[in-house]
Unconditional design. Sequence first.
Lengths: 138, 138
Amino acid sequence: MKTVCLTPQEIEKALIDKGVQPTAQRIAICRYVLCEADHPTAEQVKEWADKNFPKMSLATVYNTLNTLVDVELLSEVKLPHSDKVMYDNNIHKHYHFIDEESGKLYDIDPDEVEVSARLKRKFKIRDIKVVLRGKVTG
Amino acid sequence: MKTVCLTPQEIEKALIDKGVQPTAQRIAICRYVLCEADHPTAEQVKEWADKNFPKMSLATVYNTLNTLVDVELLSEVKLPHSDKVMYDNNIHKHYHFIDEESGKLYDIDPDEVEVSARLKRKFKIRDIKVVLRGKVTG
DNA sequence: ATATTTGCAAAGCCTTTGCAGGGGA
DNA sequence: TCCCCTGCAAAGGCTTTGCAAATAT
């Protein structure tokens, strides 16, 4: 979750820069998922919208999230501990830590994890994903 | 995929040892998923069953696969490149490599990948999952 | 005889899609 | 004007479940 929140104006600009029309719904969702939320699911975005936006359909929530993923303002996280997609405002390379007790996700900086693979020659690695799991104190 | 295939008798014994009734359907599915198949989906197991078993419902396929996972004769693999669960007869610790072209899965021995994490103290790691992705030649 | 398991169909869960109405450029 | 977006409801894909009939011990 980013510590700095974008203003509606900044969000509008970001959307336009990406070639996405800055509709009220999209700006609202951006305000939530880019600043306030922490790895929300579509359902959580919908719940937020129900409280903070006049009226927004679930389809619009999904469409908007998919659009934001397409233009790389957001990234999609699918992890085995949940059947729901989670959305991550961290679009840089990073790993994830799953708190086994709460299911909560934490972003892990790649610098904190060292991975080196020496596979048989037939494997050409293009990407490595690491998912950590355990307890989080505090 | 194991190179050694179990006989129906061995499968029957394995099921009984695990406290699972060795019904014809279960033995048949075991013969496929424990020996012949390579990371099959439930759908693929059903297709195999349709060709090689008098009659088996999809529910039985799912129930049986879940039972085998419960008794640890099989492990469940959920990866982000597919929305379908894949079943793995390798129940030992290992990682996976996804061939980006075919979607095919390869088991990777943990010895071939070195991972070391030095996270902040609040994180107590209980498990590390590594998913590699790239091209496979040959 | 009693407890499990099977098969079928229906339901469940998450996500996508079709289409008509509405709003922005 | 014209195209894109929204909302609604229906559909889609995968998996689970309820229940009655069949099977196992």
